[in-house]
Design a protein around this ligand. Structure first.
Ligand SMILES: Nc1nc2c(ncn2[C@@H]2O[C@H](COP(=O)(O)OP(=O)(O)OP(=O)(O)O)[C@@H](O)[C@H]2O)c(=O)[nH]1
Ligand SMILES: C[S@@+](CC[C@H](N)C(=O)[O-])C[C@H]1O[C@@H](n2cnc3c(N)ncnc32)[C@H](O)[C@@H]1O
Ligand code: SF4
Ligand code: SF4
Length: 346
């Protein structure tokens, strides 16, 4: 049975950052709550080993955690990613979120190792905009990577697009693209300024919902975070760039799914959050936005890791609505946690 926190949220998923390193330098990157990805590209001593990752997964699986997501930094900078995926406890659903630049040549091996799906970041179907946003010239490689993932059977491949002022204009084309391409889905992620800064890039996500509601033939609500999923059909007049998803003769599905990830100041999203994170150096982290709830697992016995996980879950609180509360139209830290942080620091 999964563990529940004090707010009735069962923990069913774990997100493991395998490295803090990245070969891109996206202008918007929050690095899963850990700040800057810039730095050395070589493996770092503080990264968990494959054995340590598997040991943690073994512990949380026994607490009913059903899904694991490997992320980073760029998780495919880990040469042992396929080995790690192969060793994930059998009962767990395993996926990876990647910038896609290493998928050509490696997607098939990951699928063989047991990877079930992959999310690939792609913010614009435009070479120049992509280069500007990611500070990388890997546009064609990423498109090839998406094709490689589809060919390897990793569908549905979710394209992750961060929606903010510099990218919002590319949304319609991305939606047409997934509607026209079998095996692809789109995830529109509201830009989160909390860690990355640049509040001026934030957009009003309600406008995106309204636009999608007009465009969609049906709408669903995902249990996780209460996210809305819009199903869209192909428009005849649209001619987006093509990907031959399942071979040149494969029929297009004619329907695409677009999911909106809208965590910013969204109490409903946080009230339905079922995830615990693990940092690349092996610390449990109860919330993406918090830095005061990390619990180390380094050098611990299994019993100690179990205790650290229980404590992490017990201390989880919805970020918006509990850790942050509204006061006179502003989000401010709840006094309860200000006191706790000061006490912890002593
Ligand atoms: N604030 C917040 N943002 C999240 C959370 N989960 C996902 N996100 C945002 O969505 C981004 C993409 O996450 P992914 O790992 O690709 O996708 P996902 O939706 O979590 O995973 P799937 O289960 O594959 O749909 C993250 O890097 C965050 O920006 C969450 O629990 N809280
Ligand atoms: C931190 S990256 C790590 C995995 C991998 N390097 C990648 O880019 O997919 C995970 C996801 O977070 C998203 N992301 C990064 N910074 C963000 C921000 N400030 N707001 C919203 N999403 C963000 C990225 O677009 C990506 O899809
Ligand atoms: S590729 Fe991922 S981890 Fe790297 S900078 Fe971009 S969003 Fe951040
Ligand atoms: S509590 Fe909210 S901000 Fe924190 S990880 Fe969960 S959904 Fe994200």
């Amino acid at each position: 049975m999964p563990l529940d926190d004090d707010h009735g949220r069962s923990v069913t998923g774990i997100r493991v950052s395998l490295t803090d390193r990245c070969n891109f330098d996206c202008q918007y990157c929050h690095n899963e709550g850990l700040g800057d990805t810039r730095g050395p590209m070589e493996p770092q001593d503080d990264e968990m080993t494959a054995d340590e990752v598997i040991r943690l997964l073994d512990v949380v699986r026994a607490f009913g955690v059903e899904t694991v997501k490997f992320t980073g930094g760029e998780p495919m900078l880990r040469d042992d990613l396929a080995e790690i995926v192969r060793r994930v406890p059998e009962e767990m659903d395993v996926s990876v979120t990647t910038n896609g630049s290493f998928l050509p040549g490696r997607a098939a091996a990951l699928a063989d190792a047991g990877l079930e799906r992959v999310n690939v970041s792609q913010d614009a179907l435009d070479r120049e905009a992509f280069a500007e946003l990611t500070q990388s010239g890997a546009y064609d490689t990423v498109i090839e990577g998406v094709e490689a993932a589809l060919d390897a059977g990793l569908a549905p491949v979710k394209l992750n697009m961060v929606v903010m002022e510099p990218t919002a204009g590319y949304v319609p084309e991305m939606v047409d693209f997934v509607a026209a391409t079998d095996g692809l889905q789109l995830q529109l992620i509201e830009y989160m300024p909390e860690i990355a800064g640049h509040p001026e890039w934030a957009i009003d996500i309600a406008r995106v919902h309204d636009w999608l509601a007009d465009r969609a033939t049906r709408v669903e609500r995902r249990e996780m975070h209460g996210r809305r999923r819009y199903y869209v059909t192909e428009r005849e007049e649209a001619a987006p760039p093509s990907i031959e998803s399942a071979g040149p003769d494969a029929p297009a599905s004619g329907e695409g799914m677009v999911e909106v990830v809208d965590p910013v100041e969204n109490t409903d999203f946080c009230a339905n959050c079922h995830r615990v994170r693990v940092t690349h150096d092996g610390q449990f982290k109860g919330c993406l936005n918090r830095h005061d709830d990390h619990r180390s697992t380094g050098g611990m016995t299994r019993a100690e890791i179990e205790a650290a996980f229980r404590e992490t879950v017990a201390n989880r609180v919805p970020f918006y609505g509990e850790y942050m509360v509204e006061s006179e139209g502003e989000w401010v830290r709840n006094d309860r946690y200000v006191e706790r942080v000061v006490a912890d620091d002593d």
